[in-house]
Design a protein around this ligand. Structure first.
Ligand code: SF4
Length: 342
């Protein structure tokens, strides 16, 4: 069925094309850049959106222009029966792409059901393939499960299976080539992500960030590659092909080459708040409105109003401030990444 989409634009002329939906703030890992806190106030279960509420909102987002949905968390596979939500989203009229970001620790047992529900591709967060380092970075001993999950995704026909690796200097920058080799050997796509100042608690310092240029230089010295560009103008990753024809790599350079000008992503938290930027501390409560009995038109109006007044360009502002020596990450409050999704 054809869906009449609105051409909704924000104050900088950006369309709303992607929606990232966090289905839980819970995670079974404790990665330092995302969930560094020992104490965290988890969202009450009764406040978490039901699958029906998520599907209803998603349908409205598609009407307003969204073409791609990514399900995220926390760790989305901790949400019981996630495949039922995937099936509902996969059947939305007008949705062109559905993906899932996971740490893959539970993927081997869920991949078949997810594929059957209509999930065609998947992104796995994995920062090292060394067991000892994996344990120290995630504070969990799950590398074998993650590797099995990757294999299960491939076996169940997900294509591409992408690996997202956040690189931190002095932590896992010596894993870059190993991650490349692992991905090439197994037919996965590898995407490196510059370490960012997400949330308020990860004590980000720019010295720990390995810039895109350095990541590429290290890979190129061993496995020469050439740029093939972004998948589309709003894609965060710039992609590269290995000259020997085996596989590809990408880099998401949010810090050194911000891409806010093409940012078409809206985010929905597990408790139904609409957030316009990964680094924002502002949100708009859709769940409260929905549970007060609002009809679809009122919800659409709330989303429309939030997007049309959006002016976020955090990463561009960060680069400007870094270049003038004035950047102080702690002075700007943000929503923690664990509740927002990557
Ligand atoms: S910093 Fe915010 S506006 Fe810029 S690309 Fe990231 S999410 Fe989009």
């Amino acid at each position: 069925m054809r869906v009449n989409r609105e051409d909704l634009r924000d104050t900088l002329g950006r369309a709303m094309k992607d929606l990232r939906i966090s289905v839980t703030d819970r995670c079974n890992f404790r990665c330092s850049y995302c969930m560094p806190l020992d104490k965290y106030e988890w969202i009450e279960r009764s406040e978490i959106l039901t699958f029906e509420e998520i599907t209803r909102l998603s349908r409205l987002f598609v009407r307003l222009g969204v073409e791609e949905i990514r399900v995220t968390g926390g760790e989305p596979l901790l949400r019981h029966g996630l495949e039922f939500l995937v099936a509902q989203l996969a059947s939305l009229d007008g949705l062109k792409d559905l993906s899932l970001t996971t740490n893959a620790s539970l993927l081997s047992e869920k991949a078949a059901a997810l594929a059957q529900a209509g999930l065609r591709r998947i992104n796995v967060s994995l920062d090292t393939v060394r067991a000892e380092k994996f344990r120290s970075m995630t504070r969990r001993d799950d590398l074998a499960n993650v590797l099995e999950g990757l294999t299960a995704a491939k076996r169940n026909g997900m294509d591409p299976v992408k690996i997202n690796s956040v690189i931190q200097r002095g932590v896992n920058d010596d894993d870059i080539l190993e991650l490349v080799e692992f991905s090439r050997r197994n037919g996965f796509w590898i995407r490196f992500i510059e370490y960012m100042d997400v949330g308020n608690s990860n004590n980000w310092v720019s010295a720990r960030m390995v810039p895109k240029a350095e990541i590429l230089k290290r890979i190129h010295a061993r496995y020469p590659l050439k740029e093939i560009g972004r998948h589309d103008e709003s894609a965060p990753a710039v992609n590269y092909q290995f000259l020997d024809g085996t596989g590809n790599a990408g880099v998401i350079a949010s810090v050194t080459e911000p891409f806010c000008a093409g940012c078409t992503r809206a985010r929905l938290t597990a408790d139904g708040k609409l957030v316009m930027c990964l680094f924002s501390d502002q949100s708009c409560d859709l769940k409260g409105l929905m549970r007060s009995g609002a009809d679809d038109e009122a919800l659409v109006e709330r989303i429309r109003s939030a997007w049309s007044t959006r002016k976020d360009r955090y990463s561009e502002e960060r680069l400007e401030a870094m270049n003038s020596g004035e950047y102080r990450p702690s002075q700007r409050r943000k929503i923690e990444m664990i509740s927002l999704g990557g």
